[in-house]
Design a protein around this ligand. Structure first.
Ligand code: NAP
Length: 330
């Protein structure tokens, strides 16, 4: 079968590999859709720790073709929670499973979804409806991560929520904030993403701090940073109102630093939180996509084949692109 593997920093190729054989506790999934995430590009550039020779792809869904001893009916469409916590380390024992020191992430530490087939832990598969558009299953993982961050931010009805960054994470954060009853603004540079933000629930859109201040001069109750660049991580606390809070979802390369002004954060008592992965949120994400509570169809920018995947990961996202989805069967 074909699979897109990262051999080392800067060397990604779609190659022929043997079809995986599921081990104990695993099922075999015929991958229907796998999203290319910013993290895949970080892995390619060596900005996120990786394991050489693994098939990438951690946002994927597909059909169960070998259910092993799982009891899941063959033919079931499933979404895959890629993070397998150990359950025994100190963090897992404290319920902080996303901080597990022995987490095995499918698509990073073990072969993932940029392939025709993937052997996957049955306990981490969540069933999706038969009639769901297969492309939509690929959005459960990013939604699960966004839900964790938005749980942390705990937007309340009537609050002002600013989302920075109009990618998949930001456009989902906009929708979750709107569902919470907040007044929502999306700050992102491109006009097409601002338009998508308005279409999916933002009351306001801005392209800069100046545009934001024109609408909310006093700042936002909650700022959700979803751009993942130094500039916006430094900007986020400045745009929170006095007594406000910030949740950072964006990932910077390991070792990158950002300057903040502790005096300002202290005197305005701005709370800063950082949200990592998807503890116990994957099933909720699957439910919200299955029942249409979160709209993901507008977030599909293009579909590509497995043979096109390596080039797409090595290159920056296309202008205005939100998500490219790899469809292995295409
Ligand atoms: P993405 O597609 O790269 O979206 C980020 C968006 O931010 C871009 O589309 C860009 O849109 C906007 N942006 C960039 N620079 C900006 C600036 N200076 N001002 C305003 N907007 C700016 O990424 P994504 O997939 O949505 O993910 C967002 C971040 O979350 C990434 O860093 C990703 O690695 C991270 N992430 C974190 C978790 C977690 O568990 N914490 C999980 C998944 C992803 P414009 O061109 O319109 O500005």
């Amino acid at each position: 079968m074909r699979a897109t593997q990262l051999f080392k920093t800067g060397d990604i190729r779609t190659v022929d590999v043997p079809q995986p054989v599921p081990g104990p506790g695993e099922i075999l999934i015929k991958v229907e859709a796998a999203g290319i995430c910013g993290t895949d590009r970080h892995l390619y550039h060596g900005e996120f720790p990786s394991v050489p020779g693994k098939t990438l792809g951690h946002e994927f869904s597909g059909l169960v073709v070998d259910s092993g001893d799982s009891g899941i009916a063959e033919g079931t469409r499933v979404t895959c929670d890629p993070n397998t916590w150990c359950g025994t380390c100190e963090q897992c024992q404290r319920g902080r499973v996303n901080l597990c020191t022995r987490n095995v992430a499918t698509g990073i530490h073990r072969d993932g979804g940029f392939a025709e087939y993937c052997a996957f832990p049955a306990s981490k598969a969540v069933a999706l409806p038969d009639d769901l558009d297969p492309l939509q299953g690929a959005f459960c993982e990013p939604l699960a991560c966004t839900l964790h961050g938005m749980d942390m931010g705990a937007a309340r009805p009537g609050e002002r929520v600013l989302v920075i960054g109009g990618g998949v994470i930001g456009l989902m954060a906009v929708q979750i904030a709107r569902l919470a009853g907040a007044e929502v603004m999306l700050l992102t540079r491109s006009a097409s993403k601002q338009a998508l933000g308005r279409e999916t629930g933002a009351h306001h859109a801005a392209d800069s701090e100046t545009g934001f201040r024109e609408v909310w001069p006093q700042g936002a109750d909650l700022v959700v940073e979803c751009a993942g660049v130094r500039e916006t991580i430094a900007l986020a606390p400045r745009l929170a109102r006095t007594g406000g809070r910030v949740v950072v979802l964006g990932v910077l390369p390991q070792g990158a630093e950002v300057s903040v002004e502790p005096f300002d954060l202290l005197f305005r008592e701005v709370q800063m939180h950082f949200s990592f992965l998807n503890p116990f949120t994957h099933a909720r994400a699957a439910q919200m996509i299955s029942d249409g509570t979160i709209s993901v169809a507008p977030l599909v920018s293009r579909t590509i084949t497995l043979d096109e995947a390596a080039g797409a990961i090595a290159a920056p996202a296309l202008p205005g692109e939100v998500r490219a989805i790899v469809v292995p069967g295409a």
